[in-house]
Unconditional design. Structure first.
Length: 333
């Protein structure tokens, strides 16, 4: 499978009066063409910072990509000029945020906003731009597109506005779409419709999607692969079945346990404790203080990434051969 994006050893910091926050601490992942990768984790784990880094939208200062590579179709985005980046943003890579209202201009009609985005980046006649805008409105499921193009954002419901935002993000036919909590601000029924829309769009356009979310229900619905982030690191990656049915990292297991399920009669089991302070992150495994299996080594040395299968990797000392042997002897005794 062709990789459209490869993020290698990415580090992002933010300077504040209180010190430097190490928001992203050596993140590695890749995205195959046409797939949906979900990056999941609690707020503050670095998932949104990672996606902003791909778009090169980290406010600098105070933010900075201090190390690593973001290779998109063969070029390292951490090294291209701002001018080049402007020609990539919205054209090759598009992003959708949580709140559809702030993404739309309340003073312009929907048609103008759709057409503007297109004309800004592509040489296209007014007539063709209009036709394309109508096509996009149809694709995202807005009835009577010709009429509705003349209306303003406040004349649409929240769900419809998010559909419009998606249409604007896709109008230049990007190859990569980054969606940061795209359904969080919506009602549950509307959420489901928007997720279905993502699936349909992917089928029709072949766009590759990075979905940033804290919601495992969303992940279960549309992700192909999942990367679990904790304290600025990706601690486990795998395909959906592997993560949901064979999670290996105690944090991933905890996340799954904290989701209400039919068989646990909706009982939530939150993970005790809080993530570490990223002003001075621990040297070892950042989950040590909350982990029921923590060993002495965990606190001191960060565990190397171990392959569970070809598609499944985890950063945990429990996967280390030496720890496994130790645990086996403990069990038999
Ligand atoms: Fe727990 Fe140690 Fe694994 Fe971290 S490395 S998750 S502390 S067992
Ligand atoms: Mg976020």
């Amino acid at each position: 499978m062709e990789k459209i994006l490869e993020v290698k050893d990415l580090h992002v910091t933010f300077k504040t009066y209180g010190g430097t926050v190490q928001a992203v601490r050596g993140v590695d992942f890749h995205l195959y063409k046409g797939e949906t990768l979900a990056i999941v984790g609690e707020s503050g784990c670095g998932k949104s910072v990672t996606s902003s880094a791909i778009m090169r939208l980290i406010p600098s200062p105070p933010g900075k990509i201090t190390a690593g590579k973001i290779v998109f179709k063969g070029q390292d985005l951490t090294r291209v000029s701002e001018r080049k980046m402007r020609s990539i943003r919205g054209v090759d890579i598009s992003m959708i945020f949580q709140d559809p209202m702030t993404a739309l201009n309340p003073t312009l009609t929907i048609g103008t906003q759709l057409i503007e985005g297109l004309k800004q980046h592509k040489k296209i006649s007014d007539k063709d731009a209009r036709i394309r805008a109508i096509e996009m409105m149809e694709l995202v499921g807005i009835p009577n597109p010709e009429e509705r193009m003349k209306q303003y954002p406040h004349q649409f419901s929240g769900g419809m506005r998010q559909r419009i935002v998606i249409a604007i993000a896709l109008i230049c036919e990007p190859e990569l779409l980054i969606a940061d909590e795209p359904t969080t601000a919506l009602d549950v029924t509307i959420q489901a419709q928007i997720l279905e829309l993502f699936e349909k769009i992917q089928e029709v356009t072949g766009v590759s999607i990075i979905l940033i979310t804290h919601d495992l229900g969303v992940v279960a619905k549309i992700a192909d692969r999942i990367a679990v982030m904790y304290a600025g690191k990706i601690i486990e990656t795998g395909n959906k079945r592997e993560i949901f049915y064979k999670p290996q990292h105690p944090y991933t297991k905890g996340l799954l346990n904290s989701v209400p399920r039919l068989d646990t009669k909706g009982k939530l089991q939150p993970i005790d404790g809080t993530p570490p302070d990223l002003f001075s992150p621990p040297q070892g495994c950042p989950f040590t203080a909350r982990c029921p299996f923590a060993m002495e080594v965990c606190n001191k040395v960060y565990p190397e990434s171990t392959a569970v299968s070809d598609s499944h990797r985890v950063d945990c000392w429990l996967q280390d051969e030496r720890a496994k042997q130790l645990l086996a002897t403990m069990v038999t005794n």
